[in-house]
Design a protein around this ligand. Structure first.
Ligand code: UDP
Ligand code: MG
Length: 328
């Protein structure tokens, strides 16, 4: 890294966050200002709030504070594209104006104090990717904790490299983001893709806090869908498991055939409506499951070949100083 102070961009995806957004802006501005005063980041550093098609007043609040707070910029997407895509929109826009970018949720669950350590890892130790890892999850429910652990373990079994207890609180250098841009996948699961970039990485531990206000946008069904997306977009091992299951079942049925033929030859008529009906149902179930799984991958391929844009930017509000820098 150069000796000059790096310009830091902090990207915050926001969906229906009117209850917290003001507090988030205040807290992040405080952190950023302190970093500027300490000389850790340049004066051109900024916060970028991405409005992911909120249906409440989130965007109005962002636009309002953008007028009075010179650190704030706002990126308005044309509709709701989901957390991962909104995050990507922010990262790709912010990297054009920054040397490194930190992504953080709008709800202040990720301790903002860690930002300073992220920056130090970047500028002193030269880490191009720094993961924020939750030291404790005391504030998460027992249920969320156990399902999350199960998820990480399952991902690993399925051959996907993930960092335990790391969500999307991380720093990436401009260089790492430029590489991320080359991953052209439509089925985006950033947590699984970022480790593939390589480069020097670091970890910062922090405590996961309670949501400041508002409610989680990830209820259980959405969480499961997210986990499923993550696995199927990064690994084909589930399909291989299905193949192996098919192979196993074929062996079993071969044994059953031998048994049936042998008892026929020995003159015992095969009695067994129960076994028959059970195997019909069982095999039917397994086949439907396998077909569904394969369909899932076909659907993914379908989405990938269409190559639709992941997000559409409607408005970008930036402080004049930054716009100026862009023109020069
Ligand atoms: N979010 C978003 N688009 C969505 C859903 C969520 O941009 O469609 C944002 C949300 O505003 C928050 C972050 O993604 O900043 C994480 O969401 P949330 O806190 O609800 O998830 P949890 O922490 O409960 O997993
Ligand atoms: Mg949250």
């Amino acid at each position: 890294m150069s000796n000059e102070r790096p310009t830091l961009g902090i990207v915050v995806p926001c969906y229906n966050e009117e209850a917290v957004i003001r507090e988030t802006i205040t807290q992040l501005s405080g952190v950023l200002k302190a970093l500027m005063e300490e000389g850790l980041v340049s004066r051109a550093s900024f916060l970028m709030f991405v409005n992911d098609g909120s249906r409440d007043r989130t965007w109005e609040l962002i636009a309002e504070s953008q007028k009075s707070n010179p650190l704030v910029s706002g990126l308005k997407l044309s509709g709701n594209v989901g957390h991962q895509n909104a995050l990507l929109a922010g990262l790709m826009t912010a990297k054009e104006h920054a040397d490194c970018v930190i992504s953080i949720d709008a709800d202040l669950q990720d301790d903002v104090k860690a930002i300073r350590e992220f920056v130090i890892k970047y500028s002193v130790e030269g880490c191009e990717i720094v993961y924020g890892v939750r030291q404790s999850r005391k504030t998460d429910t027992f249920f969320k904790r156990t399902t999350a652990q199960g998820f990480y373990r399952f991902m690993e079994r399925m051959g996907v490299k993930v960092t335990y207890n790391h969500a999307d609180y991380r720093l990436m250098s401009k260089r790492a983001l430029n590489e991320l841009e080359r991953f052209k996948e439509v089925n985006l699961f950033l947590r699984g893709i970022v480790p593939m970039i390589g480069f020097k990485t670091g970890i910062v531990f922090y405590d996961r806090l309670d949501r400041f206000a508002g409610e989680s946008k990830y209820p259980l069904p959405k969480m499961l869908a997210f986990a499923f997306e993550g696995i199927t977009s990064l690994s084909v091992r589930p399909i291989r498991l299905v193949t192996m299951m098919g192979f196993g079942l074929s062996l079993v049925s071969l044994a059953a055939v031998i048994y049936a033929v042998a008892s026929k030859l020995l003159g015992n008529t095969v009695s067994g409506w129960t076994s028959l009906i059970l195997s019909v149902w069982f095999l039917g179930g397994v086949q439907l499951l396998s077909l569904g799984l394969i369909g899932e991958y076909v659907g993914k391929i379908y989405k990938e070949v269409k190559r639709r844009p992941l997000y559409i930017v409607e408005t970008l509000l930036m402080p004049d100083t930054l716009k100026q820098a862009e023109v020069e």
